[in-house]
Each structure stands twice: as C-alpha cells, then as structure tokens.
Design a protein around this ligand. Structure first.
Ligand code: PEP
Ligand code: MN
Length: 338
C-alpha cells in the first residue's frame, strides 16, 4: 500500500495523541503520524494549538509506538522547537506557502538540518507559488521534500471544501516528475464521507501517498471536526482503497477524467447560479407586471450565444439544442413564480 500520513488536525491532549498513536501502530500500517501543534486560524479567537507542550506528547508517542512524527511549522522558532523535540518531518501549511517572505525565513532556518519537509500548495490556485516555495526549501539544502496537494480556495460553489483543481498538481508533476506528491484528501473533501472519493482519485492519478486527518472522537474535535475520520472510518478507507498495479495503463485517462469532473462541477455550479438569477428575475417581472417571454430578447440572446459558441468551435446544432433546453428551463422556473 502507498504510504499514508495520518493523525489529528490538532494535538489536543496527551491522552488523545497516545490513543491515536496506539491505533496507528497496532491496527494499521501507517508509519508517520501527523498533528498540528501551532494552528493558523483564518479568524482570531479559535483554538490556536498547544505549542511546545504538544511536541512533548508527540515525542512520547514516537518513543512509545515507534512512529515517525510530522508537524506543521510556520516560523523559524517552530523549526527550532521541532528539532529540540526530535520531530522527523515538518510541513509548510497552505497559508504559509502563499507568503514567500515566511517561506524564505523557514528555509533559512532549515539549513543544515536533516528534517524531511513537506510543502502544501498555497490557497490560491497558482502552481508557481507552490513550486516557488519548494525551490526555496531546496535551496536550503534539504533533499527529502514532498509536495502535498490540499485543494484550493475558490469562489466556486463546490461539494468540496477546497476544490482539487487537479490541473495544478498535474502541472507540478510535469515540472518535477521525481518529487513525491501526496494528496491531503481531508482538506480537499471537508467532509468525512467525501474523503474516500478523493483518496481513491489521488491513487488513480498516480499520487505517491495520502495525508488523512484521523481523530479518536471526530465529533468533538477542536479543529476541522467535520472532515476528520474516526478509527473505523479510517479502517474502512484502507480496506476499500484500490491501488492499481505498476503496469496499469489507465492513469492518463484517469487524469483526463479528473479534469473533466472539475469542469463539470464548475459547469453545474454556474448553471445553479444562472437559474437562481432567473428565479429572481421571474419575481421581478411578476412584481412589475412584465411578461415572461420576450421574443426579441430570446432571439438576440440565442444569436449571441451561437456566435460565441462558433468562435469556440462548438457545434452549432449542439449549441442550438443546448440553449433551447436552458431557455425552456428558465421559462419553467419563471412561470412557477407566477
Ligand atoms: C492542517 O493540515 O491541519 C492544515 C491547517 O492544513 P492546510 O495548511 O492545508 O490548511
Ligand atoms: Mn486540519
């Protein structure tokens, strides 16, 4: 099985860390446990992590259960404390990757260390920001580097918390074919029941491993409660994941399918937005006693859409059918308002 890095979003107590570590060490083949010790919160006032004391809990888990430990760092002081507590891997979180000054400082603090480093993508869908952070870490002399795909912040309505936008990790892979790429299916999914879908897709797309948030009691987790898996959900995930054998020829096809899935999701979100606006327009027309169907507007709209479609090399018959369907649905929605 490809490697999985698993553990809680945040280290909440020594008891929690030991329970999760024991589960991983005795019930799974996971070798690396993750835990957030300093939590970058989007807005102030939430739980911001236990800091140094949590490193001691993790060190204890490492000694007791023989797991390798991974922690997020956002400042040189964090790196120093991780070294002091025998942490094996540090990762740069999405909010830090987007800030080249911060990444540079962390990179400088890593010079001469033999830590392994993971770089998550920045929140913004920009492959160069991600690659730039990787390059800064490389320049510090660190050789054991992984990229972690954790999805992107977009204003698109999506079933996922951070839509995967697979074209971006694909671009990083094209530029850095030898850099291991892991998928943080938990932050992409945002909901525990969507994690297996993303994890399987990552495997189908030849990602090298996974990062999964796992909690002994997800419901009462202090951070990211809705996306963390419980022990039995995690066991189910592992038994259900299918790893294609190395001679599997379909990965290229899976990549194209993943891109199509992203586009369709966007298409559906836009359709929903359009129909919502149509509904508002229906109410406005009703209040102002304007007739719903205005042939002039429909004719003009259709001409314009066909022209744009033609410019994009879309088949005219298909375009005509498509816009007739959209228009019929818009009329149905507006008539419902009357
Ligand atoms: C996390 O891994 O818990 C985390 C905060 O991740 P990200 O930086 O991807 O938001
Ligand atoms: Mn988290």
């Amino acid at each position: 099985m490809k490697p999985i890095i698993a553990g809680p979003c945040s280290a909440e107590s020594e008891e929690q860390i030991l329970k999760i570590a024991e589960f991983l060490a005795t019930k799974t083949s996971v070798k690396t446990m993750r835990a957030g010790v300093w939590k970058p919160r989007t807005r102030p006032g939430g739980f911001e992590g236990h800091g140094e004391i949590a490193l001691k809990w993790l060190q204890n888990a490492k000694q007791t259960f023989g797991l390798s430990i991974a922690v997020e760092v956002a400042m040189p002081e964090h790196v120093e404390l991780c070294l002091k507590h025998d942490i094996d891997t540090v990762w740069i979180g999405a909010r830090t990757t987007g800030n080249p000054f911060a990444v540079q400082k962390i990179a400088e603090s890593l010079t001469g260390c033999d830590l392994s480093v993971m770089v998550k993508n920045a929140l913004s869908p920009d492959w160069s920001l991600w690659l730039g952070a990787i390059e800064r870490i490389e320049k510090s002399g660190i050789t054991n580097i992984k990229a972690i795909h954790r999805g992107f912040s977009t204003n698109q309505n999506s079933q996922f918390r951070y839509p995967p936008m697979w074209e971006i990790p694909i671009e990083i892979r094209r530029r850095r074919p030898n850099m291991p790429m892991f998928c943080d299916a938990s932050h992409i999914a945002g909901k525990a029941d969507l994690v297996p879908l993303i994890a399987q897709k990552a495997f189908d797309m030849e990602m090298d491993g996974l990062m999964i948030e796992l909690h002994n009691e997800p419901k009462v987790a202090l951070t990211d409660a809705s996306q963390q898996l419980g022990f039995s959900e995690f066991e189910n995930l592992i038994t259900q994941l299918i790893e294609k054998n190395p001679t599997y020829q379909g990965a290229e096809l899976e990549k194209m399918r993943a891109l199509i899935d992203d586009l369709d999701e966007e298409l559906i979100a836009n359709l929903a937005k359009r129909m919502k606006l149509v509904d508002e327009m229906g109410k406005y027309k009703h209040e102002n006693q304007i007739t719903i169907l205005q042939m002039g507007r429909w004719k003009k709209m259709l001409e314009n859409r066909l022209k744009i479609g033609q410019e994009q090399n879309l088949d005219q018959t298909f375009m005509l059918d498509f816009w007739r369907l959209i228009h019929a649905e818009a009329l149905r929605i507006q008539n419902k308002t009357m």
